[in-house]
Design a protein around this ligand. Structure first.
Ligand code: NAD
Length: 260
């Protein structure tokens, strides 16, 4: 089969897959990395926190980088460097994220920039670094971007009537909505190159990010917080061979919170 024939099922290169997971020092990103290791991948961790080194040791990762994903050149260097070393790049999971919960009145440019850059800008440039050159050259790849149901419904949590905030903020909700459409855009671009691009939109998941948040759990079809491993299960499917004809989609892992 010609290497880049878009009319044929794209073939994963032989050997052990390489997956890069951003935001993997803790929380959902750590659980995703753990699941991909269990699935037989060599996993490369990327996070701004120095605890990424300990997380990499715990998971017996192939490597790690302590990088701020909003630093586009450092991000590109880490992704391309890890793929160069392995001679391949099968999966990129963009999971690094920040979430301001200020009221509309208290929203600042600083929070706006941080949440847009961490959640949306970094996702765009990480995907670019994964596709060019490695995924396109090998005619195979899986881009998986972690969005949020906040990007579907305009933020999650109580609407504040007294100005105290608490709902996932305007910048975060905008960034996650942007992530969903960015991923659709990328999916249309890269499909003929053997690459899929999908988002996973978690609902309320028990993690450090959600520790101080309040959610309408009792109103949900599954009335409990989700666990990081439950998001990791969706990522495992999208990174695996069973999802070969799935692209541009947004998979909710939210206990039924959003029934779009
Ligand atoms: N927990 C939830 O309820 C929930 C719901 C929906 C979506 N999400 C999304 O899931 C992802 C993971 O969230 P989590 O709950 O595990 O949060 P978390 O805060 O526990 O983990 C986020 C990780 O991203 C890293 N990170 C943050 N900014 C970074 C930067 N600039 N550069 C590199 N790394 C950076 C952090 O150091 C941390 O390790 C995020 O994208 C988040 O928006 C979480």
């Amino acid at each position: 089969m010609p290497k880049n024939d878009p009319t044929q099922l794209s073939a994963r290169p032989a050997g052990i897959p390489l997956s890069i997971v951003t935001g993997s020092a803790r929380g959902i990103g750590f659980a995703i990395a753990q699941r991909l290791v269990a699935d037989g991948h060599q996993v490369y961790l990327l996070d701004v926190q120095d605890s990424v080194a300990e997380a990499a040791r715990t998971l017996n990762a192939v490597g790690y980088a302590q990088v701020d994903v909003t630093d586009t050149s450092a991000l590109r260097e880490a992704i391309v460097g890890a793929a160069d070393a392995a001679g391949r790049l099968d999966t990129l999971v963009n999971c690094a994220g920040t979430c301001g919960r200020e009221s509309f009145e208290d929203l600042t440019e600083e929070t706006w920039r941080r949440d847009i850059d961490t959640n949306l800008k970094a996702t765009a440039f990480a995907c670019q670094a994964a596709v060019f050159p490695h995924m396109k050259a090998q005619a195979f790849g899986r881009l998986i971007n972690i969005a949020s149901v906040s990007g579907k419904v305009g933020g999650v949590g109580p609407v504040d009537v007294d100005g105290s905030g608490g709902r996932s903020g305007a910048a975060y909700a905008s960034a996650k909505a942007g992530t969903i459409n960015l991923t659709r855009w990328i999916a249309r671009q890269v499909g003929a190159w053997g690459i899929t691009a999908n988002t996973v939109a978690p609902g309320p998941i028990e993690s450090p990010m959600a520790a101080d948040a309040s959610y309408p759990i009792s109103e949900m079809p599954i009335p409990r917080l989700g666990q990081p491993f439950e998001v990791a299960g969706a990522v495992s499917y999208l990174a695996g061979d069973d999802s070969s004809y799935v692209t541009g989609t947004c998979m909710h892992v939210d206990g039924g919170m959003v029934r779009a």
